[in-house]
Design a protein around this ligand. Structure first.
Ligand SMILES: CC(C)(COP(=O)(O)OP(=O)(O)OC[C@H]1O[C@@H](n2cnc3c(N)ncnc32)[C@H](O)[C@@H]1OP(=O)(O)O)[C@@H](O)C(=O)NCCC(=O)NCCS
Length: 229
């Protein structure tokens, strides 16, 4: 069953504890804090208080690249966010914008970290990005960023955000949605619940370097043509 609330409706569910609304620039700091808390191993493994810079960079890249941006709110607090893309590959302008965000992250960490550590961060991140590029399926939709506040996990919020995105992707004639996730860092089984299938697995060098144990990068895909409503 697909989520009851769609962003097209911009509907706030009356009487419901959690509602979905569009992501606003002012939600950024809250989403970064939520990410630091939801990925504690990675956040504590990153050197020199760079966790917020790292999650902020991933969030900004995902935000820049997405055309579906939604947050789940409980009362007035943001408790979940999904950023996703419903159209194929990046344009040149979008690619340049992504590189700019990445370079500004590098500038900020190089001011905080010894050269050796920031170089190691850069190299492992780049290696992981290249592996992701080569292992990505030919999808025309992507979940770029999804996180739920740990205090609100297990209450159906993640599924509601994901189902909203799947509904919007279907209505835009998307054929396949991909998502990159990691083991043990992420809850990849969550995607299997919605019918996503694992299409590639490789070592996530960035995760292995900064989470203190071998991290696998997992590429998942949901074929919407194979799974009609
Ligand atoms: C993954 C995540 C977004 C799921 O959000 P959530 O609100 O906790 O998930 P829901 O409550 O909607 O769960 C939906 C279903 O997935 C299942 N699920 C969620 N996390 C799971 C896990 N770690 N292992 C197995 N199943 C899981 C739930 O049991 C539930 O199934 P049910 O309806 O049969 O009980 C959230 O756990 C999270 O933010 N995790 C940390 C960050 C992350 O892993 N992000 C996604 C990867 S990029």
């Amino acid at each position: 069953m697909v989520g009851a609330v769609t962003v097209e409706d911009r509907t706030r569910e009356e009487g419901s504890a959690v509602y979905i609304r569009p992501y606003l620039p002012s939600d950024r700091d809250r989403c970064v804090t939520m990410s630091v808390e939801a990925w504690p191993r990675m956040s504590s493994g990153l050197p020199g208080r760079t966790a917020s810079d790292f999650w902020g960079m991933l969030l900004d890249i995902a935000n820049d690249y997405s055309d579906v941006r939604e947050v789940a709110c409980a009362s007035t607090s943001v408790v979940g966010v999904l950023l996703g893309r419903r159209r194929g590959s990046l344009s040149t302008r979008e690619s340049i914008s992504q590189v700019r965000i990445f370079l500004s992250f590098l500038r900020s960490i190089s001011r905080k970290l010894p050269l050796r550590t920031s170089t190691s961060m850069f190299c492992t991140l780049l290696l992981t990005e290249v592996k992701i590029m080569f292992n990505s399926p030919r999808s025309d939709g992507e979940v770029a960023f999804l996180v739920v506040d740990p205090r609100y996990q297990g209450r159906g919020i993640g599924l509601r955000l994901l189902d909203n995105f799947i509904t919007q992707a279907r209505s835009s004639d998307v054929h396949m949605i991909s998502v990159y996730t990691t083991d043990p860092g992420c809850n990849w089984r969550f995607y299997e619940k919605r019918g996503f299938r694992r299409v590639a697995q490789f070592e996530d060098d960035f995760g292995t370097r900064f989470e203190g144990e071998r991290s696998s990068g997992l590429m998942y895909a949901l074929d919407l043509l194979e799974r009609p409503l």
